[in-house]
Design a protein around this ligand. Structure first.
Ligand SMILES: [Zn+2]
Length: 259
């Protein structure tokens, strides 16, 4: 009479460690959030030759697919600082994200991970993901966010709204720059996973450049970008950014928080 519940209990106790070992990575991600890392947590995965291939996963809602000029520029900018023997490719998927209303960073993380085609690192393949939801961010002046080591969101409606007077800059120009800017955060810029020997971080906007000729300038991801920058928008890293990346790559700059 009494032995059966005891056996059941013992079985549960004995099986528990085994079961937890069977959980999929997806489930473990919820239990171990640090596995997602912080923006810059996969910087060295890109800068060193530890991966042979980078796949840029682009998940977009209908009508929000980024311009070819944006994805081409992004691949070019990454290839100028990271080398992959099998190259950098893009993978486009039209996606229906959950209707979350206005998006928070947690929504970006959750919707991003729910829709990732694979983990950020599988074998010799590194995957970075850019999602393009139809809605806007909770702070609607924000054009893009990098929320962890592999996940970015770009808000197309807000990007369109950020086009300048007489279309200078155009929405396409803004999108070009914002995408490189957010990937710059995945590359650890500015001072996200290291401390630059040169003082070029904005004092008011941590994690950003104080140089309005750098794509990492803080205003690039802001709706008001057209009013802060006259003339052409920067869509490249400046020399200080490039020196930081080179220093991390060759080990002269110490890098922290890598996954
Ligand atoms: Zn930024």
């Amino acid at each position: 009479m009494h032995s059966r519940p005891l056996i059941v209990l013992l079985s549960i106790l004995l099986l528990t460690p085994v079961l937890s070992g069977c959980l999929s990575d997806g489930v473990l991600d919820d239990i171990i959030p640090q596995k997602k890392g912080i923006p810059g947590g996969l910087t060295m995965a890109c800068l060193t030759n530890s991966y042979t291939e980078l796949i840029i996963e682009i998940d977009f809602e209908s009508g929000y697919k980024p311009e070819t000029s944006s994805t081409d520029l992004l691949k070019q900018r990454i290839s100028e600082v990271c080398s992959f023997s099998q190259g950098i490719s893009t993978e486009f998927t039209e996606t229906n994200f959950a209707d979350v209303g206005t998006w928070s960073a947690d929504d970006v993380r959750e919707q991003g991970w729910d829709n990732k085609k694979a983990d950020p690192t599988v074998g010799k393949t590194l995957r970075w993901q850019l999602i393009f939801p139809a809605e806007s961010y909770e702070d609607d002046s924000v054009l893009g966010v990098a929320v962890d080591a592999s996940t970015i969101a770009i808000f197309g409606e807000s990007v369109d709204g950020a086009a300048g007077f007489l279309n200078r800059p155009s929405a396409e120009d803004v999108e070009n720059s914002v995408m490189v800017h957010e990937v710059g955060h995945l590359l650890g810029l500015v001072n996200l996973v290291y401390t630059s020997p040169v003082n070029h971080e904005s004092t008011d906007k941590p994690g950003h450049s104080d140089n309005d000729d750098s794509v990492m300038y803080w205003a690039i991801e802001s709706m008001n970008v057209g009013s802060f920058i006259s003339g052409d928008l920067p869509n490249d890293f400046d020399q200080d950014d490039k020196d930081d990346l080179a220093g991390m790559a060759d080990g002269t700059i110490e890098v922290t928080n890598q996954i």
